[in-house]
Design a protein. Structure first.
Lengths: 370, 602
């Protein structure tokens, strides 16, 4: 109720995404700022980097749904990203080329990339019905190795290791996002369009995930995560919800995979490996498990950090390519991520989002301490 | 048409603003709303159902329940069909239930749940007038076979059927109400003797409602006032706000889940007007102090600083009637850093006016709340005056007094200093007790209140209950409640009873506040098991000794507490040590702890 934020007269108000008008306004102001950002003279590199961040955030939200919300540890996220990536590319690709191509519109290939990945998730899900924790992690790890092998050798689909293929075409009902054009009379570059497209998709998929998380399905996920036996006793259908968790998570991964290919323009078939899975785990852990906002924060952190290290490597001692340093920026980056995962898990298991919660609680409890 | 009863007031709101929210009751975490139109229909439905159970004009309907929708609906329904409502405290044990139902000759009893149903069933064989027991919560009662029982849902269903057949019956009865007839009987808890039933007429209640509108909402009008109903509705203080006031200023009444969830309920509801007895204010202040003791150093620093600022500006208000410019600036700064957040935590964030009543309060407590910007005003009234008499008003506050008499209230002091009042709210008399009535209201209509007071300018100051004043062996008159209240300001003291009548010196029995003392002991690494064990710890005795010494500084030598003992048990209503309103029964305690008392004078 207005002026009395904790007085709920309906369950809708109790579960609202924005409990107060202030939060709603702040959020939409932030969105408006993000939409205006590409027109403020940001370089092409940064625009593509931010677009990549949005895509990574979609993937991280997917992993957070299965691992953070439903508590099913998955190291196989890279596999689902790869499935989506090549599904999208194959459906969109040139029908006359050397690799599989169907020349379909984005309206078809983007959802299809998600759906095929989701199907792969459904096939894997039964494993999660029998295994938990470390064993599940190991099985999903095996999935990554299987996938890596397939992507490397199925040359008619992926172009093969070291060769690759063309990315899916960002063409929606005839409109080309990958070519400069004019929207409502304003000239927009290719990068600006890609930025806006990925941002809007993140917004849509982010809200969808948030709504899923606060609905019956989300509560079932949390129940399974906290104690699967107790959830079973309460009448939560474990089989069904674990399958749903894997399917939805893989759908997000598939969409993110195909968009990633389209955004960056090049993907090496061998890159869907364990390291990529670990990067996504890092996003979830650093950002904050079971939080949509946290997933986005984590994705931004993990995607933008290399760029920041790269552009500051000239000023950092011992870091640089070749003779300039002991460690290359890429090596330093990996060490840093490893370290960050360890530090976050020990000191702030709730991630960046947890830090935010802590700061917020400090002021929320004011003038008390609890 | 002139309004002649409280249900008529409800009907006029229901036709003016049918969609306005009247009541909210929490179910599974969600506040379920009832509109004024729905409220009025429920009252008529319940009225028809009561008539079907044989309630004729003048018959009594008893309600034994915590505050909830069924309470207010039954109360107004009984009044609307020219019946008389009687409230029982949920804590009343079976023997008291037997006395109250027997004395009031109630025909129908609304019992909240299994607990209250069991009490009534235990004594129903000795209650020839009781014909029906309606239970509101079916849990645990469903399997009972007794034909006297009926569920609230069945009761309403029956009423609904009759209401649809003759929708005008309740309205017709209500319009025929004689405004001088009894609307409700309120049993006074009485620290001595059995409870007495004060009969309040429709006119008494209407006068009170009208006054409530002026003194509560009149000074601080708000479009949609919210109230939190937690004070027992069988007590006039609760009625004043939750039924009479609510209808007079068209408020939304939110029923607290229970007294234990009061803190959480307050935070959710953030009431606009808030009545509370001193005990609640004491607890609130104690909770702030305990949590501040656990806060970080920085937060403590901020709190300490702005409490000083707060007290400074509160003193300006007390002395000059307003903060002045400097005070307002200081308050505004403090509001940003402390008061706003603190008030929100206490549920006083949107509170326009709070009133302390039902018992005398220590001025320190009022100062504390004025310092953080919660306007708490002390008032005075009693069951026999329909809850109203005097109240401090914004801009005209004298700490330590109960304020000037309200408009239309005549007040004077008797020869022995006893306060006498006369106003349209003075009750009709005690039910079936003409002797007590005659000794309370004299021939000229003056009510003898039993309180001894003195004038401080236009304000009245209460010295004590006439019968409680202590005359020491040295012949000095001492007001025990003043000393007791100062003691109770300490967060560690829950109960205090000062003794000294016809004695050489003054002593006290003190009951510790278990939660706060336990918290203190944990921080001092003192291990304990039970209440008794804790109050026997020498460290705890020392702690209370320091509190007693602090209080002694404010009093003259003869009034100082020379010795004290800690009570070995928590006092309880069901054991007969407290009244239903949590007041200490002195005679009972004096007998019960005679050995402790005699030990101090040995």
């Amino acid at each position: 109720m207005r002026g009395r934020p904790n007085l709920y007269t309906s369950y809708e108000a109790d579960g609202a995404i924005f409990p107060t008008a202030t939060q709603k306004v702040t959020f939409w102001l932030g969105v408006a700022g993000m939409v205006a950002l590409p027109f403020l003279g940001l370089s092409r590199v940064w625009l593509i980097l931010l677009a990549t961040t949005f895509v990574a955030a979609i993937g991280a939200i997917g992993l957070n749904l299965v691992t953070g919300y439903a508590g099913q540890i998955s190291l196989g996220h890279a596999f689902f990203l790869g499935v989506g990536c090549y599904t999208g590319a194959a459906l969109s690709g040139d029908p006359g080329g050397s690799v599989i191509g169907m020349g379909l519109d984005m309206l078809i290939w983007l959802p299809a990339a998600g759906l095929v990945a989701a199907l792969a998730g459904v096939i894997v899900a039964p494993v999660a019905l029998r295994l938990k924790g470390l064993y599940l992690a190991l099985v999903t790890l095996g999935l990554v190795f299987l996938g890596e092998h397939i992507f490397r050798n199925w040359e008619s689909l992926t172009g093969g290791g070291g060769v690759g293929r063309k990315p899916p075409v960002l063409s929606l009902l005839g409109w080309r996002f990958d070519q400069p054009g004019a929207i409502a009379g304003i000239e927009v570059s290719k990068e600006q369009q890609i930025y806006l497209l990925t941002f809007i998709l993140l917004l849509i998929l982010g809200f969808a995930a948030k709504n899923l998380a606060r609905s019956k399905v989300g509560r079932a996920f949390a129940a399974i995560r906290d104690r699967d036996i107790a959830a079973d006793v309460m009448g939560v259908n474990l089989t069904w919800y674990k399958v749903v968790a894997f399917a939805v998570s893989s759908f997000y991964a598939g969409v993110a995979g195909s968009l990633y290919f389209a955004t960056t323009g090049f993907v090496e078939p061998a890159s869907f490996n364990l390291l990529l899975s670990i990067l996504f785990i890092a996003m979830v852990v650093i950002g904050g498990a079971s939080s949509i906002a946290g997933s986005i924060m984590g994705a931004a952190f993990v995607t933008l950090l290399p760029q920041i290290i790269d552009s500051t490597s000239d000023f950092l001692p011992l870091i640089g390519d070749g003779s300039a340093g002991v460690l290359s920026p890429a090596q330093f980056e990996r060490i840093l991520f490893g370290l960050l995962i360890v530090i976050f898990l020990i000191f702030e298991p709730l991630g960046l989002y947890g830090i935010w919660i802590r700061v917020r609680n400090y002021w929320k409890a004011w003038p008390f301490s609890y | 048409m002139k309004t002649t009863s409280i249900p008529a007031l409800l009907r006029s709101i229901a036709s003016d603003e049918p969609g306005r929210v009247a009541l909210r009751e929490k179910e599974f975490g969600i506040w379920q709303e009832t509109t004024y139109a729905g409220y009025w229909e429920l009252v008529q439905v319940a009225g028809m159902a009561l008539r079907a159970l044989g309630v004729e004009p003048g018959d009594r309907v008893a309600i034994h329940s915590e505050n909830r929708l069924a309470w207010v609906v039954t109360d107004l329904a009984a009044q609307a069909i020219q019946g008389v409502s009687v409230g029982l405290y949920p804590t009343n044990p079976a023997p008291e239930v037997e006395y109250l139902l027997g004395h009031s000759e109630a025909k129908v009893l609304i019992a909240e749940d299994q607990e209250q149903v069991d009490k009534a069933l235990e004594v129903k064989d000795r209650l020839p007038n009781l014909e029906r027991i309606i239970y509101v919560e079916p849990r645990g009662v469903r399997t009972y076979q007794d034909p006297i029982l009926m569920s609230w849902d069945d009761f309403l269903a029956e009423g609904k059927r009759l209401y649809e057949a003759e929708p005008d019956t309740v309205t017709r009865l209500m319009e025929g109400i004689d405004p001088e007839s009894t609307a409700t009987i309120v049993y006074t808890s009485g620290t001595t003797g059995p409870p007495k039933g004060a009969m309040l007429s429709h006119n008494n209640l209407l006068w009170t409602a009208d006054q409530a509108r002026q003194i509560i909402a009149g000074n601080n009008p708000v479009a949609r006032p919210e109230l939190l109903s937690y004070l027992p509705l069988c007590h006039v203080f609760g009625r004043l706000y939750d039924i009479l006031g609510a209808l007079a200023f068209r408020a939304t009444v939110n029923f607290a889940e229970s007294i234990d969830t009061l803190v959480a309920d307050l935070q959710e509801v953030q009431p606009t007007y808030f009545p509370a007895p001193p005990r609640i204010w004491e607890k609130m202040k104690a909770s702030v102090e305990i949590r501040m003791a656990d806060a970080t150093r920085f937060k403590k620093l901020v709190y300490g600083l702005f409490m000083k600022v707060g007290h400074w500006q509160a003193d300006r208000v007390i002395k000059r009637g307003s903060r002045g410019i400097a005070g307002s600036v200081a308050y505004a700064v403090g509001w940003i850093f402390l008061y706003r957040a603190l008030k929100k935590k206490l549920g006083m964030g949107l509170c326009k006016q709070a009133v302390s009543g039902a018992a005398p309060i220590a001025p320190e407590l009022l100062r504390f709340f004025m310092a953080i910007g919660v306007p708490v005003y002390e008032g005075w009234g009693m069951t026999e005056t329909s809850a109203l008499g005097t109240v401090n008003m914004p801009g005209d506050v004298k700490l330590g007094t109960i304020g000037p008499p309200l408009e239309g209230v005549e007040m004077k002091l008797g020869d022995d200093g006893e306060i006498l009042v006369r106003h349209p709210g003075v009750f009709k008399g005690y039910f079936k007790n003409p002797e007590a009535t005659a000794s309370t209201i004299d021939a000229d209509g003056w009510l003898h209140t039993g309180d001894v007071g003195e004038w401080v300018g236009k304000h009245m100051r209460i010295i004590d209950r006439k019968k409680d004043i202590i005359i020491t062996a040295g012949g000095k008159n001492i007001s025990p409640s003043e000393i007791e209240n100062k003691l109770k300001v300490s967060p560690f003291v829950k109960e205090a009873m000062v003794i000294g009548d016809r004695r050489k010196f003054v002593t006290a029995l003190i009951g510790i506040e278990f939660d706060t003392v336990a918290n203190w002991a944990q921080r001092k690494n003192i291990t304990f098991t039970t209440y008794r064990d804790l109050s026997e710890k020498p460290e705890v005795v020392d702690l209370i000794k320091r509190e007693v010494d602090r209080v002694n500084e404010d009093f003259a030598r003869v009034e100082q507490i020379k010795k004290f003992r800690l009570l070995p048990k928590e006092l309880d209503h069901e054991q007969g040590e407290l009244t239903a309103t949590q007041k200490v029964k002195r005679r009972v305690l004096e007998d019960m702890f005679a050995d402790l008392i005699e030990e101090m004078y040995r």
